[in-house]
Design a protein around this ligand. Sequence first.
Ligand SMILES: [Zn+2]
Ligand SMILES: [Zn+2]
Length: 180
Amino acid sequence: MSSVTCQGCSASWDAALVPCCPRCLVAAWMATERFVRPKHDPAELPGRSERYRSVLTQDFVARQHSYLEYAATHGTWYYDTFYEMYVHLTPSPLGRSPGVGIPPGKVMPEHALDSLLIVEADSASEAHAFAVDATQHAAQVQAGEFEELNGCAAPGCDNLSVPGGAHCVTHTTHEAPGGP
Ligand SMILES: [Zn+2]
Ligand SMILES: [Zn+2]
């Protein structure tokens, strides 16, 4: 437990569990254009695709802010070693399935997906959401396709490092520009 206070919005949170301010993260995601892209938009159904794809639920689109508030406080950051970007996974956001899967060549969903994945989750311009299967994601973590965030490099600090950094939000703030 390490409570920190956001210098931007004054919210407090536990930086040992969540690396950066959840309130600011939700604000950034909500402000991102094309956060729900056509490929994953339920408004585009029915629609055929030659490749497997996932589509978000109408409920997710209608209550996106509530889902993202839940995700920002309950989800986990990973580094995607294949696509070389940060992603953010939330199993059962608001206790629901946030999306459905459409098999290749089909026009309508055939199974529920239990987790919300936000890719390029630290990008103010590129972050976007889709739905995945938690069991499959866990297998990908086992296989090394996703890596959890490291702890802060500062001695004795239990906080998570911020995405893309070696230190937690507190020690990043105190880092001297240009390093040692
Ligand atoms: Zn904040
Ligand atoms: Zn630290």
